[in-house]
Design a protein around this ligand. Structure first.
Ligand SMILES: [Mg+2]
Length: 172
């Protein structure tokens, strides 16, 4: 279970993920979370760094698909200047809606990569859909609530497993 949930790749920030790296994974569709992955909750519209990264990834021939559990007001406003595929109320980590979106876009397991800040939401969605890879970034702004602190605690053993996997890879 811990290995199942461990991400395949970990970056400190979304903008450190280069288009070349995504292409090397065989990524044609990048299903990206929004809140705390690309921007904190209270930032309604993307800044230049987000826009530039989205443009660079799109220019590499990768379709960006914003998939959020947040509502349509948030996602439509965030996507207003970006104009990428964007879906609200995705109900991650359940796979029904995400699977339908993949079908609608013609994305396959092999060419779909997931990006998000939550192991039990974003990485788990990737696993359930059989996506080719799951990339994790730390949440941009951690919520201080007890619930979020509990989630962080739950993620700790998964991340230990991830680091062990990485250590083994570099030894090999
Ligand atoms: Mg998030």
């Amino acid at each position: 279970m811990l290995s199942y949930l461990a991400p395949d790749h970990y970056f400190n920030n979304f903008y450190e993920i280069s288009p070349e790296f995504l292409l090397s994974l065989g990524c044609k569709y990048l299903f990206s979370d929004v809140d705390n992955t690309l921007a904190p909750y209270e930032v309604a519209e993307p800044d230049e760094r987000i826009s530039a990264w989205i443009r660079a990834v799109s220019d590499a021939g990768i379709s960006i698909v914003l998939v959020s559990n947040n509502g349509p007001e948030r996602i439509e406003l965030f996507n207003r200047t970006l104009g990428v595929h964007a879906y609200a109320d995705c109900k991650k980590p359940t796979k029904k809606r995400l699977g339908a979106i993949m079908n609608e876009l013609g994305a396959t397991r092999e060419n779909t990569v997931f990006l998000g800040d939550q192991i039990y939401t974003d990485v788990l969605s990737a696993r359930r859909l059989g996506a080719h890879a799951a990339i994790l970034v730390p949440p941009i702004r951690d919520k201080k609530s007890l619930f979020f602190r509990f989630k962080r605690l739950m993620e700790r053993p998964v991340m230990w497993r991830f680091r062990r996997k990485q250590a083994k890879k570099t030894q090999a």
